[in-house]
Design a protein around this ligand. Structure first.
Ligand code: APR
Ligand code: PHB
Length: 389
């Protein structure tokens, strides 16, 4: 098989890149290890920056997003029972869009299929060959049959556990990582959300987040020890602990019900540099991970895809390599700002095991400064709605 851009990974990064390339007549093949149903079965976050909304519009995949997505003009932060609001619209002129990542991925699959895009599912043994040459190839098996794809470029969109990052030689790669001493226990419930906007709550008992997918589907998280397992938590125990971590005025409105999904995610900050090696370019979780606190995972994948798409489109339009040559530096500049913001929100809102009284007082002082200072709120709002591409 031949294509211009071989894309390893059929998650949001790979699908968005493939669809955007299609709008400029650039051919791609997406190789996905799982089935489409498996990919769509993953529960992920659901806060979209305007930059991602615009990319989905450019990709011709934003109709359902505009019909079903919920614009949020702000978010609430609670600290020890006190609640205050960060007004994105007033501070930045921009809202965020609440729309599940699963739905973004569903819309992208639908668009690729409608356009006759080539997506190979259940591929195994993907190996990227000759990335440091002018003629890279992808070797893989499908249904036990060894196959090859000749291409001009390879986009590594295969997430944190994929093969792309590891294709870059260890002596070329520089990896930066921070692990957090707690996880997030999350549940999905077919109940109405506790509020019309999200509530990030820092309490003496630990962090909690009240989120949503739509008016009938709520998403809640509580910070938990890394040793916990989902089966350790009954629904009743979860609801009781959540009630104790959010302000009384919110707890009164909490509608509980059976969980339809319950899982624990560890929190990690991670960046691998560079994001390019020869004709291999890394996008999204293949190159970086953020703790979910700032809702930046999907949104940093989106800006990577934007930079790579523009660079490849420029190359195929004019042979000019300036865009692809500057990709890694440009993407990393924005990624590190998102890493900093995600770390900052995580450090601000969570209780750290063994935290000193002094450190806890610092957290409370920072929350008090955020509550009372317009410049602090503007800085948070600008990071949350998304820094410019
Ligand atoms: N070969 C082919 N496909 C692979 C391989 C492989 N060796 N390894 C992984 N994959 C596939 C996975 O099955 C997955 O569908 O690559 C895809 C990677 O998708 P994501 O992990 O969702 O990463 P990305 O597309 O960058 O999206 C980032 O997803 O995980 C969330 O929080 C993250 O919101 C962020 C977003
Ligand atoms: C979610 O709805 O899953 C969500 C929202 C905001 C976050 C993290 C997760 O910061």
């Amino acid at each position: 098989m031949k294509t211009q851009v071989a894309i390893v990974g059929g998650g949001p990064s790979g699908l968005l890149l493939s669809q955007l390339l299609h709008t400029r007549g650039i051919d791609s093949i997406v190789l996905e290890r799982r089935t489409q149903a498996y990919v769509l079965g993953r529960i992920r976050a659901g806060v979209l920056e305007q930059g991602l909304v615009r990319l989905l519009e450019e990709a011709g995949c934003a109709d359902r997003l505009h019909a079903e997505g919920i614009p949020h003009d702000g978010t609430c932060i609670a600290s020890d029972g006190e609640i205050f609001r960060i007004d994105f619209r007033a501070l930045t002129g921009t809202p965020v869009m609440v729309y599940g990542q699963t739905e973004v991925t569903r819309d992208l699959y639908a668009a690729r299929e409608a356009a006759g895009g080539r997506i190979l599912y259940e591929v195994d043994d993907v190996t990227i060959l000759g990335a440091d040459t002018d003629r890279p190839e992808i070797a893989f098996t499908q249904n036990g049959e060894p196959q090859r794809i000749q291409c001009d470029f390879v986009a590594g969109c295969d997430g944190f556990h994929g093969v792309s990052r590891r294709t870059i030689p260890e002596d070329v790669r520089r990896e930066y990582e921070k692990l957090y001493p707690f996880g997030w226990l999350g549940i999905l419930s077919e109940t109405s959300p506790v509020d019309h906007e999200l509530i990030y709550s820092s309490s003496e008992r630990g962090f909690a987040l009240c989120s949503m997918r739509n008016a009938h589907l709520s998403r809640y998280y509580i910070q938990c020890p890394l040793t916990d397992k989902p089966e350790d938590w009954s629904d009743e125990a979860f609801w009781e602990e959540l009630r104790r971590r959010i302000p009384e005025e919110a707890a009164r409105n909490l509608v509980t019900g059976p969980s339809i999904e319950k899982s624990i995610a560890p929190l990690r900050s991670f960046v691998s540099e560079p994001m390019r090696w020869g004709r291999l370019f890394l996008c999204g979780d293949a190159a970086h991970i953020v703790p979910p606190t700032g809702a930046k995972g999907l949104n940093t994948a989106a800006s990577d895809v934007h930079y790579l798409f523009e660079g490849l489109a420029r190359y195929y339009r004019s042979g000019d390599t300036e865009g692809i040559d500057g990709y890694s530096e440009k993407a990393l500049a924005r990624i590190w700002k998102a890493e900093r913001f995600s770390w900052w929100m995580t450090a601000l809102l969570h209780r750290f095991p063994g935290q000193s009284d002094f450190d806890r007082r610092l957290q409370r002082a920072e929350l008090d400064f955020l509550r009372s200072n317009a410049s602090a709120q503007k800085a948070m709002a600008e990071n949350y709605v998304g820094l410019p591409y």
